[in-house]
Design a protein around this ligand. Structure first.
Ligand SMILES: Cc1cc2nc3c(=O)[nH]c(=O)nc-3n(C[C@H](O)[C@H](O)[C@H](O)COP(=O)(O)OP(=O)(O)OC[C@H]3O[C@@H](n4cnc5c(N)ncnc54)[C@H](O)[C@@H]3O)c2cc1C
Length: 409
């Protein structure tokens, strides 16, 4: 049996940022991560200005800037007549871009920084399997975890569940998220970039499906957005049909697309948008994807998870620092702080899903490139209007700032 002040389950963006902020304030913190490393491909890689601000506030921006990355200041859609700007980050201050950084590099950076603090420990290959309770129906007081060496029991003043969209802790606590619906799934794949390829990061509109091409310098991280539940039908077809579709939507990829050998090169992301009505029960708080899975629209998942983590540190940190156990009111205060920004972004996402994505996906593909709608041509002329999506997704609402002071390591 081990004991700590704060036990965080899940070493994703929410868990590692919460762990770092707690440890940097001198709070005894244990993070449990079920995998042996952070090396998982096709995870969220978009680091928005709101997260860049947080990294700057905790003195990590220079180290972050040294990570391999591609900076994007304009998001474009490739219509029949070429690229058109749909989101312009260049007016945002102080960071007028979004950074595309492999998620494992970001997590390694946070973990390395957290390890500098003696009150922090990160247990890799350690999977939380159940909650420990004080009495049969009593408050949560820790977790049971599976490790290569056997079972580990950790008691804690508070347990923070950051274990993602399929959260074990959420299930153990009997909390059920409300499904907000999504009309699409995403097929992710990777294609080499050639010197003559365009420079931007693009959406390629289409009928029946469409593409997103994220410029990662050496390669394109590509996503085919398909109607929900149709992945099996796609995968039942020869891979050559999928390759032909990609080449038709983005002709400059016609050669590279031949490097896709089989459906094994393509990973399915089942899009899910959901939210817990109540993020906590006595002794346990859920944040990040465990509390609210986001639609991929706007690439906000990492950034909301990190904003949640900052709110956790700001609200629960001072209580723990005084040697107290956070009560239900403290846990509710974190939810109250983060619920509104989460609801607003999910509302924008579900609106975009209903108004733009679902109609495009249900249309019959006639093989023709899509012409730019007149409304979008008009929007593109206004810097103010193209900056709105960048502000909504890049900065979000009710931005968090780190208030929990650091203790010298
Ligand atoms: C394919 C894909 C592409 C995405 N693209 C983007 C994008 O471009 N931009 C963006 O912002 N977001 C994107 N997202 C979403 C983004 O990755 C998530 O919103 C974000 O990572 C949420 O962070 P989190 O810390 O809450 O959860 P997660 O990142 O899911 O982290 C949860 C962690 O908990 C660990 N874990 C789970 N169960 C246990 C357990 N029982 N015990 C111990 N550890 C456990 C997991 O191994 C994982 O490391 C994408 C997601 C996927 C799946």
């Amino acid at each position: 049996m081990q004991s700590t002040q704060c036990c965080i389950v899940g070493g994703g963006p929410a868990g590692m940022m919460a762990g770092l902020l707690m440890a940097r304030a001198g709070i005894e913190t244990v993070v449990l991560e079920k995998h042996g490393d952070f090396l998982r491909d096709f995870r969220g890689d978009t680091v928005h200005p709101s997260t860049l601000e947080i990294l700057d506030e905790i003195g990590l921006k220079d180290k972050f800037d040294a990570l391999p990355q591609h900076r994007v200041s304009r998001l474009e859609a490739l219509f029949a007549d070429g690229p058109h700007t749909v989101g312009d980050f260049s007016g945002l201050s102080p960071f007028p871009y979004l950074a595309l950084v492999p998620q494992w590099d970001l997590l390694d950076l946070l973990a390395d920084e957290a390890r500098r603090h003696h009150c922090f420990s990160l247990h890799m290959n350690t999977e939380a399997t159940a909650l420990l309770r004080d009495g049969a129906q009593g408050p949560v007081c820790g977790v049971v975890a599976k490790t290569p060496q056997g079972e580990l029991r950790i008691t804690a003043d508070v347990v923070i569940g950051c274990d993602g969209r399929r959260s074990t802790l959420r299930e153990s606590a009997g909390l059920q998220p409300r499904n907000l619906g999504a009309p699409m799934d995403v097929l992710w794949f990777r294609l080499t970039r050639q010197p003559a390829d365009p420079e931007g990061t693009y959406g390629v509109p289409g009928r029946g499906s469409f593409l997103v091409l994220i410029n990662r310098n050496q390669y394109w991280q590509a996503a085919a957005v398909i109607p929900k539940g149709t992945a099996a039908q796609w995968q039942a077809q020869p891979i050559s049909r999928f390759k032909a579709l990609v080449a038709r939507r983005a002709p400059f990829l016609a050669d590279q697309v031949q490097t896709i050998a089989s459906w094994d090169d393509i990973k399915l992301l089942e899009v899910r948008v959901d939210r817990l009505d109540c993020w906590h029960c006595p002794g346990l708080l859920l944040i990040g994807d465990a509390a609210h899975a986001m639609s991929p629209i706007g690439g906000v998942g990492i950034n909301l998870a990190i904003q949640d983590a900052v709110a956790v540190a700001n609200i629960l940190g001072p209580v723990l620092k005084q040697g107290n156990t956070p009560g239900n009111d403290d846990l509710a205060a974190v939810q109250a702080r983060r619920m509104l920004p989460t609801r607003i972004i999910q509302r924008v996402q579900t609106l975009a899903q209903r108004q733009l994505i679902a109609p495009a996906l249900t249309r019959q593909d006639d093989g023709q490139p899509v012409k730019i709608p007149a409304l979008l041509r008009w929007v593109e002329r206004s810097r103010l209007l193209t900056s709105i999506p960048a502000r909504v997704f890049g900065l979000g609402f009710r931005r968090e700032h780190v208030h929990l002071p650091a203790r010298a390591p």
